[in-house]
Design a protein around this ligand. Structure first.
Ligand code: KIV
Length: 268
């Protein structure tokens, strides 16, 4: 199959936006080929190569360290794996903070190099000019308002954002600038519902209640792979951390007891 027909079968940006009011949208993050392939086969609508990569894969404390080159490296793997879902890539800090020219250059690299279809960036009102410039260049943009992890130092931590008017303005500004969808992170459910009713683009919630047009989770959180405390908004649908730990321990126990390899795993 040619790479062209590969891409053609994916959900498109207009199809994604058109799902608002029709049915709920499901999104998950992915950072590598095998995980993206599995998630895609399971039938989600969208896959995000999130800058959460910085924390859940690279082991940093926050999302600030991950670079554009590193995002592209992982987005290439995901882009190679996905046949059906819309693939969105996070623009890392500060790849869109130096004006529209730099933002187009950086987002352009993402689209040229990764076979992904859209970018996501954090901000509403203050990024409206950049969003409009990217959209003007034919680069679809998903906005991200509410808790914006790239601004963790300015926000003073990972807290629920409750300031209604600015958050409504952010979502509306993102829509007016041409964003095709907006992530709402860690805001009260009633506010997310209000925003979802006000804007015509789909809202994708994470810690924003059940009334958003869709939901997104970090795949490690959903699978129960995350060590330690997980945020309140997470639901773990499996406990893979325990499963992996006991598999690894069983292997070591078997090796130490000379129970691995056994006859079935040995060439005579
Ligand atoms: O980086 C990320 O994974 C995200 C989602 C959790 C929305 O921005």
């Amino acid at each position: 199959m040619s790479s062209h027909s590969h891409t053609q079968r994916r959900l498109t940006v207009p199809e994604f936006s058109g799902m608002k009011g029709q049915r709920k949208i499901t999104m998950l993050t992915a950072y590598d080929y095998p995980t993206a392939e599995l998630i895609d086969q399971s039938g989600v609508d969208g896959i995000l190569v999130g800058d959460s990569l910085s924390m859940v894969v690279q082991g940093h404390d926050n999302t600030l360290p991950v670079t554009l080159d590193e995002m592209i490296y992982h987005a290439e793997m995901v882009g190679r794996a996905v046949r059906h879902a819309l693939v969105v890539v996070d623009m890392p800090f500060p790849s869109y903070h130096m004006g529209p020219y730099k933002a187009i250059q950086n987002a352009g690299r993402i689209l040229k190099q990764t076979r992904c279809q859209a970018v996501k960036l954090e901000g509403g009102v203050e990024q409206a000019e950049v969003i409009a410039a990217l959209v003007g260049a034919g680069i679809p943009v998903m906005a991200h308002v509410g808790l914006r992890p790239q601004s963790v130092h300015q926000l003073g931590g990972y807290r629920v954002q409750r300031d209604e008017e600015p958050l409504i303005k952010d979502a509306e500004a993102a829509e007016s600038a041409g964003a095709f969808s907006v992530v709402l992170e860690c805001i009260p459910a009633t506010l997310a519902q209000k925003i979802t009713q006000r804007v015509k683009i789909p809202t994708i919630g994470i810690g924003a209640g059940v009334d958003c047009d869709g939901q997104i989770l970090v795949i490690q959180d959903l699978l129960g792979l995350t060590a330690g405390r997980v945020p309140k908004h997470v639901r773990a649908y499996a406990q893979l951390r325990q499963t992996m730990e006991s598999a690894v321990k069983a292997f070591s126990d078997d090796v130490r007891a000379s129970n691995f390899p056994g006859p079935a795993e040995t060439f005579e």
